[in-house]
Design a binder for this molecule. Sequence first.
Ligand SMILES: *Cc1c(COP(=O)(O)O)cnc(C)c1O
Length: 407
Amino acid sequence: MTYGREEQLWIPESDLDGMSVETLAVRAGQIRTGQLEHSDAIFPTSSFVYGSAAQAAARFGGEEPGNIYSRFTNPTVQAFEGRIAAMEGGEKAVATASGMAAILSTCMALLKAGDHVICSRGVFGTTNVLFQKYMAKFGVETTFVSLTDMEQWQAAVRPETRMLFIETPSNPLCDVADLAALSALAHANDALFVVDNCFCTPVLQRPLEHGADLVVHSATKYLDGQGRCVGGVVVGPAKYLDEIYGFIRSAGPTMSPFNAWVFQKGLETLPIRMRAHCANALELARWLEQQPEVEKVFYAGLESHPQHELAKRQQDGFGGVVSFQVKGGREQAWRFIDATRMISITANLGDVKTTITHPATTTHGRLAPEDKAKAGITENLIRLSVGIEAIDDLKTDLDRGFQALKD
Ligand SMILES: *Cc1c(COP(=O)(O)O)cnc(C)c1O
C-alpha cells in the first residue's frame, strides 16, 4: 500500500531540475532513512554489513550498488557531494579530506609524468608548493603566469600542456580572470581548465557554466563558513570525476562523515551568508576608499577596479575579501592590525567572523622578494575577510586602526 509522501525518502533529482542555487542549498542531495527525519542523518561508520555472503560478493563484484567501506563511499559524504554538485551545476562531486587533497587528487588522477601545467601566480600558497615541489618530483612541470594577462597564458602553452589552473578572484588582490577566454585557450590546446572556486562559492560564480572542466574547493572556508572543519571537494563531469574517485579510493584522502555532515548543514545557509558577506564587503571597500590614511583598495565591486565590468558579468556578487594598502610600510600595517580589538587576527578566511591578515609576513611570507613584488604583496597591504557582523561595529573596530595611524 502506498501512503504518499511518507514513502518519499529522498527528493528525486528530476524534481530539482531548474531550481535556483538557494533552493538546491537546502534541498539537493538529502537522503532520508526509514525514520523520516527532517534534518540530515549522520552515518559515522567505517564499514557496512550484508544480508548474506552472496550479497557481499555482489557488492564487492560491483554487480550490486551499495556501501562497503567508508574510504570508498559513505551516505553522509554522498549527501554532501550530491548537494554541492547540484549547486555548481556539475554531474558529480567527490569530497576530500581538505582543499589541498582535492587539488592533489585532481592532479594525480588526470596528469602524468611529462605533462605541463600553467597556473596563475597568485594562487593559495600551499597550491604553489604542491605544484613547484611535489608535482615537479613526479615529472609534472608548472609555469606561473599573471592571472589577468592573456598574452602570458598564450606564450606559456607548450605541446605537453595538459592543465590550466586558476583561482578567481585572486587572493589577496581580487584580480578577476576571464573564465571564457581561459577555457577557450585550454580547449584549443587539449588541456583541462581547473578553477578553485573557494572565494566565490557556487552562490556567486559557477565556473562550469563558463567552460571550466573541473571546480575544486576548500570546503574549510565559506562552505562551512563557521571555522569548524577542514575539507575539500572536486566537481565536474563523470568522465573526470570517476578517475578522481578512483585515486581517492586508492590513496585514501577521504572526507569523514562528521565533517561531511557539518559541510552539508553549512551549505544550507551559504546563499544568505554570501549575500551578507558581499553587502558588508562592498560597504567597507567604499568606506576604506574614503579614508585619508588609505593608499589603495582592492575589491572587484569598486568602479575603480580594472576588472569591475568582467566581474559584474561573470559573478553574481563580488565576494567577502577586501584588501587595502595603508600609507607607509610594515610598521603602519602592523600598527593598524594591532589596534583593532574585535576582528580576529588570523590567516583564515571565509568565516562569519571578520578576520584581518598581513599577507607579506603570513600567508605570502614564504614567497621570494621578487615573487612578492610580482604578485603585488607589499608591506603596507592588509587583507580583510569581511564577516557578517553589523557594518557599523566593523567600522568602529577598523577606525581604531586609523586612529592609531594618526597618533
Ligand atoms: C584554504 C585554501 C585552499 C586549501 O584548502 P585546505 O582546506 O586548507 O586544504 C585552497 N585554495 C584556496 C583558495 C584556499 O583559500
